[in-house]
Ligand binder design. Structure first.
Ligand code: APR
Length: 230
């Protein structure tokens, strides 16, 4: 059985990483256009770099929860037949043991050099303007995908969706494309679609099955069922 799992902020909520779309419409206290667009970075790089330095520190002290661990167990059983695609920029999936993982929106732990294009692990706060380890230029930005930018590894994700028997969406509100369109894509290609979410999303194409509840409970329960059915 070939499975593609898409995760969003909800899977990390119980690890203490806040989700994005709070009731007040702010993103961790900021308007999205002030911190998560290329225009914001041009206009006010200090605010943007400080925002991501703070998020990186918060994630570094968070721990994977049972939902992340259950997906790592699923990979132990399914091997190459499982691909986890995350919109999250935290590293909780890999710290739980997931290896076949696509970070379609990038990674908080990495810097992207706007001078040479090199990607490096962040050592010093980006707001302190460290030099790029490759070219030395002080032009690092977080290696995350901002609104208006192209997500990473779309070809690899689409190849996996084309052959998937099951598509599972976990803890994402389905507001941001292309990820929000994967349920329709997978469904049209014949995959069974499942949503695991605290509050079911308003998907344009309905999922075949929806299970509501906190990720730390519904994800391990779903994985246990899949494993018991072989
Ligand atoms: N367990 C399961 N799901 C949860 C939990 C929980 N404990 N807590 C919240 N959720 C669900 C919410 O019901 C919601 O559907 O997580 C989802 C969070 O939605 P968003 O905050 O919109 O996050 P996400 O869908 O990942 O956002 C997508 O938007 O801001 C950009 O690039 C950013 O990757 C992000 C993208």
């Amino acid at each position: 059985m070939r499975v593609v799992v898409l995760t969003g902020a909800g899977i990390s909520a119980e690890s203490g990483v806040p989700t994005f779309r709070d009731a007040d419409g702010l993103w961790e206290g900021h308007r999205v256009e002030d911190v998560a667009t290329p225009e914001a970075f041009e206009r006010d790089p200090d605010t943007v770099l400080r925002f991501y330095d703070a998020r990186r520190r918060a994630v570094a002290s968070a721990l994977p929860n049972p939902a992340h661990r259950a997906l790592a167990e699923l990979e132990d059983a399914l091997g190459d037949d499982l691909l986890v695609v995350t919109q999250n920029v935290d590293d909780l999936h890999e710290r739980a043991g997931t290896r076949r993982l696509v970070h379609m929106h990038g990674t908080l732990a990495h810097a992207l050099c706007t001078a040479c294009g090199g990607v490096s692990t962040i050592v010093d706060d980006l707001a302190d303007r460290p030099g790029c380890p490759r070219c030395g230029v002080r032009a690092l930005r977080p290696d995350v995908v901002w609104f208006g930018e192209m997500p990473y590894e779309l070809d690899r994700i689409e190849r996996a969706l084309v052959t998937a028997d099951v598509f599972v969406s976990i803890g994402t509100s389905g507001n941001v494309y292309p990820a929000a369109g994967y349920v329709a894509f997978a469904s049209a290609l014949g995959a069974r679609t499942v949503e695991l979410n605290l509050v079911p999303s308003d998907a344009a194409v309905p999922f075949d099955e929806v299970r509501a509840g906190p990720a730390s409970q519904v994800v391990p329960a779903w994985v246990a069922e899949v494993l018991s059915h072989g």
